[in-house]
Design a protein around this ligand. Structure first.
Ligand code: NDP
Length: 249
């Protein structure tokens, strides 16, 4: 008799209600993960992702919180843990991010702090809590969604480039801390991807600067994330892998 119990594998995707995060939720659900969909405010969008996963036979739950607010993050994750006794979140995708572009000489405090807080402090707020359980279990995957903007710097994005470059640095440091525990930490740095975040950009002009001649799709980013989460990527850690149609090499 086979007495093996198949443990449920949980993946938390911050900013999972729209765009790249939504595609990651759907893709990881197809890989057999039970998905915890985080978002800040758009509960309709979150519910639609949950319904889409369930329609394909997958499992999902909603866990809204603002990644910038350490108390809300701690409260939500404690609530999740209390209702999932004995379980743990083995995959964390730090995807929540915002853009507030301006040239630095005109950038206000709010534009700077909101962008840095969402990407960088948001990474700290979620990861510092979830990593403890991963360390005890000696297993886990952390993927941080960075950007080519953090690798090459883009004008009008000193806040966003700084936050994403910081996230890449944190990825490399944390990877070294956690490798002895069997946990990998990597960054994925997309170029221009078709989502709400890029819907205001002059696409025709930008596409001329991309060797592939087009924006990427959220599904293409999700496929890379799924590979890094899978067993085949067990020896890849501390890397920043860019997915950008040749924009930055
Ligand atoms: P979208 O604007 O389409 O979606 C953003 C998601 O993040 C939403 O689910 C939103 O939820 C959530 N979110 C925003 N702020 C918070 C917060 N404080 N707490 C919790 N959730 C939050 O973005 P994309 O899908 O385009 O981007 C996803 C990630 O990919 C970001 O980190 C972005 O910087 C990065 N990226 C995107 C690129 C692109 O071309 N699109 C290129 C390179 C990197 P809600 O609606 O409820 O606020």
């Amino acid at each position: 008799m086979n007495t093996t119990v198949n443990a449920i594998r949980y993946a938390l995707v911050t900013g999972g209600s729209r765009g790249i995060g939504r595609a990651i939720c759907l893709r990881l659900a197809r890989e057999g993960y039970s998905i915890i969909i985080n978002y800040r405010s758009d509960s309709n969008a979150g519910a639609q992702v949950k319904a889409a996963i369930e329609a394909e036979g997958g499992k999902a739950e909603l866990l809204p919180f603002d990644v910038c607010d350490s108390e809300s993050v701690a409260e939500a994750l404690t609530m999740w843990q209390n209702s999932h006794s004995g379980e743990y979140i083995s995959v964390l995708i730090n995807n929540a991010g915002i853009r507030q572009d301006n040239i630095l000489s005109l950038m206000n405090n709010k534009q700077w702090h909101d962008v840095v807080n969402t990407t960088l402090t948001g990474f700290y707020n979620t990861t510092s809590l979830l990593v403890q359980k991963m360390m005890r279990k000696r297993s886990g995957r952390i993927i941080n969604i960075a950007s080519v903007s953090g690798m090459m710097g883009l004008p009008g994005q000193s806040n966003y480039s700084a936050a994403k470059a910081g996230l890449i640095g944190a990825t490399k440091a944390l990877a070294k801390e956690l490798a002895p525990r069997g946990i990998t930490v990597n960054a994925v740095a997309p170029g221009f991807i078709e989502t709400d975040m890029t819907s205001d950009l002059d696409r025709t002009d930008i596409e001329k600067s991309i060797p592939a001649g087009r924006f990427g799709t959220p599904d293409e980013v999700a496929a890379l994330v799924a590979f890094l989460v899978g067993n085949d990527a067990s020896y890849i850690t501390g890397q920043c892998i860019s997915i950008n149609g040749g924009l930055y090499t």
